[in-house]
Design a protein around this ligand. Structure first.
Ligand SMILES: CC(=O)SCCNC(=O)CCNC(=O)[C@H](O)C(C)(C)COP(=O)(O)OP(=O)(O)OC[C@H]1O[C@@H](n2cnc3c(N)ncnc32)[C@H](O)[C@@H]1OP(=O)(O)O
Length: 420
């Protein structure tokens, strides 16, 4: 049964079924879905050249929206980048602390003493616990370009772990381009992680190269490596969207037991962007794995889009302008019948897998050339008119059949007025 059945008390259980909940014998391991999401909007999201860098005030408001939406951990910046970035990260940390937000604070940096120092400054000056997300490129192509080798990567990890321990911050080892890294190199990296007592590792699909099957294989192999050595580890997943698979890969990672799955609001980020945080949260909510305030999430998207300088496509899942509109006659008729059964969730679900009401939105039935009598009846019903006036319905439908776009409400009202 689909997770949304729990959202309404008066539903007939026998009308809900979903193949997503059917597990094949071969689908191993059993999904756990115990993870949460890590909001990368204010770090990786802002790295995109087409994204406007918000003011500090706007960044603090974005943090408020994260918390209201149910985000519990976030990457809040790259303080080692320059002194202005460090000052902003400090203010963000103060804001979170002053408001008593339950938001785990992550800050990014290279496995480099200068970046670690900048992160530790935040923890010490503001007096908060922070996670230092320290990245190092591990794929052969990155090693080749940087003239690094496995030994130097291991050395960086060991030194960074020691530095973080000395300064009292949690070291999260971020393996850039893990998806394209060989098992031989990962073996050395994982041994260094075990040697230094690292407790969290972020597996990265930095260039969006993974398929869901590859995501599964990498995570499974990595989990097995640590399990075989009796070393407890929390995996995280960070995915990009170059092949359009970031969402599928990230949901796979969540199902595989990754503890924090990274995403950005509206999927912003370099090139094609990161996994979309809002789509991850909507999916997780619908599947019953976690409960989020989707109305607050919608407010977050609505605030972030203009501030970051992005347009939300009209067909963007859950948030786009037109995603709860239908004009097709067969669909309009079913929605009218569902409406008459008196259950909003049934009405919202008969032709959408994302119920509009979860987001504080309305299922809309438009009237255009593809519409039938029931579209007009639905419009008349929800706008408080007598719905069975056959001659009026005929007039409205006649107009729609010769129009190139759905009839505007005002035009329908004019037709009604002239018909009276
Ligand atoms: C996971 C990701 O998204 S990666 C993060 C990408 N984000 C950013 O780059 C935004 C912030 N970055 C910046 O402000 C700048 O790139 C800086 C200040 C960090 C460094 O910029 P530059 O002065 O151009 O230096 P450069 O990139 O060559 O790096 C300096 C040194 O760090 C080394 N380095 C690069 N990455 C890493 C790493 N992950 N760990 C350790 N050292 C690293 C380089 O090899 C170089 O070493 P070298 O001086 O011995 O040659």
């Amino acid at each position: 049964m689909s997770g949304i059945i729990g959202e309404s008390s008066n539903l007939r259980p026998d009308v809900w079924f979903n193949w997503n909940s059917i597990r094949c014998e071969s689908a191993q391991p059993t999904p756990t879905h115990s993870g949460t999401f890590f909001d990368e909007t204010l770090r990786d999201g802002l790295q995109a050249p087409n994204i406007r860098n918000p003011t500090l005030e706007q960044k603090l408001t974005i943090v408020d929206h994260m918390v209201r939406s149910g985000v519990r951990s976030a990457d809040l910046g790259f303080p080692g980048s320059d002194s202005a970035a460090e000052r902003e990260c400090m203010e963000i940390a103060r804001h979170i602390s002053a408001n008593g937000y339950e938001l785990t604070q992550g800050y990014a940096g290279r496995t480099h003493p200068a970046d670690i120092h900048a992160i530790c400054e935040i923890a010490q000056t503001v007096g908060v616990a922070v996670d230092a997300y320290l990245f190092i490129g591990v794929s052969p192509i990155r090693q080749y370009v940087e003239d690094w080798d496995s030994a130097s990567i291991r050395r960086n990890i060991i030194q960074s772990a020691a530095e973080c321990r000395r300064e009292g911050v949690e070291f999260v080892l971020v393996l850039e381009d893990t998806v394209r890294c060989t098992p031989e190199v990962l073996t050395g990296v994982y041994d260094a992680a075990i040697e230094t007592g690292v407790r969290r590792i972020t597996l990265c699909d930095t260039v969006g190269a993974a398929l869901p099957s590859g995501t599964r294989s990498l995570i499974h192999w990595s989990q097995q490596y640590f399990a075989d050595r009796g070393h407890p580890i929390g995996f995280e997943w960070h995915g990009h969207n170059d092949r359009g698979l970031a969402l599928a890969n990230s949901l796979t990672a969540l199902a595989m037991g990754c503890e924090r799955v990274h995403g950005t609001i509206l999927g912003i980020g370099e090139r094609t962007g990161n996994a979309s945080l809002d789509q991850l949260m909507v999916n997780s909510h619908l599947d019953g794995h976690a409960t989020y305030d989707l109305k607050a999430l919608r407010d977050y998207c609505a605030y972030a889009a203009p501030v970051l300088g992005v347009d939300i496509p009209q067909n963007y899942p859950a948030m786009g302008r037109d995603v709860f509109k239908t004009s097709a006659g067969v669909h309009g008729a079913a929605i009218l019948k569902a409406h008459e059964k008196g259950d909003v969730l049934v009405k919202d679900s008969v032709y959408s897998s994302v119920p509009a009401s979860f987001l504080g939105r309305e299922q809309e039935v438009m009237i255009d050339a593809s519409s039938g009598v029931n579209n007009v009846k639905y419009w008349l019903t929800v706008h408080g008119y007598e719905k069975d006036d056959a001659s009026l319905i005929k007039k409205v439908l006649a107009k729609a059949k010769t129009s190139s776009a759905p009839l505007a409400d005002e035009l329908i009202r004019q037709i009604i007025a002239t018909a009276e």
